[in-house]
Ligand binder design. Sequence first.
Ligand SMILES: Cc1ncc(COP(=O)(O)O)c(C=O)c1O
Length: 366
Amino acid sequence: MNARSSALPDFPWDLLEPAKAIAAAHPDGIVDLSVGTPVDSVPPAVRQALADSSDAPGYPLTAGSPALRAAITGWISRECHASGEFGVLPTIGSKELVAWLPALLGVGPRDVVVIPAVCYPTYEVGARLAGAEVIRSDSLTAVGPDRRVKMIWINSPSNPTGRVLPVEHLRKVVAWGRERGVVVVSDECYVSLGWESQPVSVLSDEVTGGDYTGVLAVHSLSKRSNLAGYRAGFVGGDPALVKELLAVRKHAGMIVPAPVQAAMVAALNDETHVAEQRARYAARRDTLRTALVKSGFEISHSEAGLYLWATRDEDCWATVDRLARRGILAAPGAFYGPSAARHVRIALTATDERVAAAADRLAEPF
Ligand SMILES: Cc1ncc(COP(=O)(O)O)c(C=O)c1O
């Protein structure tokens, strides 16, 4: 038996353990801004919906309950400004879908998946699990006429850079994909977190004009609704592709648990908690951004999303080390692509108290 994991990249977070140990030794404790894991509570109405559905002895529907399908459809129509007929499917968080999508859609050896030059590592993992080759590129021209390309990932707002892709760019990628029969997948899990610019969904009428052929958008409730622990995501777009995903996922048992489906309905039908959570992140972002700039960091992109993409124009590991000595843990840019080795990623996901502690520590001279 071949070890599947040997085809995968190294699990990068293990490399951060030494810096974590240094940061944890700070007398006032670590401020961990490395992983973007939500720390604020699950909205009460969502917890109630989960509890109310806990008597769930039967198998849930892979396609999602009628209530969930309606909630996802309504949310995509409203929040993504999509007026056409698209397919929808709940997923067990979005990471599993990112990791299995190429394989689920029949991408395989001899095929190529294009991913952003600097990106969330799971796009590469998904291509490798399918046995496909990966090209890292933000330029369609650089990809050229390679007929082996079967799928292209875009991610706006980006993790880790916070860059937002303009409508014009999204249109070009969709047109490029359609000309070549390449599936365009847009990971939009930070779409509700626009700061200096407003992210646009690939499903919006401005981009696709209501025709979703060859296009999928991946969404998550992890960040929007603090539901990372529930594992709640969904995909929407080309009805034929969604139908194919459903057909395979039914066989594979990739089913969102019934209480989580009920919780998703409550979360998708309420925008008040989303606005409240946004306000928390906006305040933390201001505090961290001001403190980082004052202490000599330059902030790149970061116009949306859950991170500040910062540099001192030195190797990212040197910056990680400097921060760790002040008890702050950041993620090195090198985790996200070879061209990102001079940046660090600072997550906004810490309590107000920890964010204030980080700002105080950044005020000490470097
Ligand atoms: C760009 C991106 N996509 C997908 C995910 C996966 O999120 P989840 O599995 O919690 O939905 C993350 C998580 O951080 C992410 O940053």
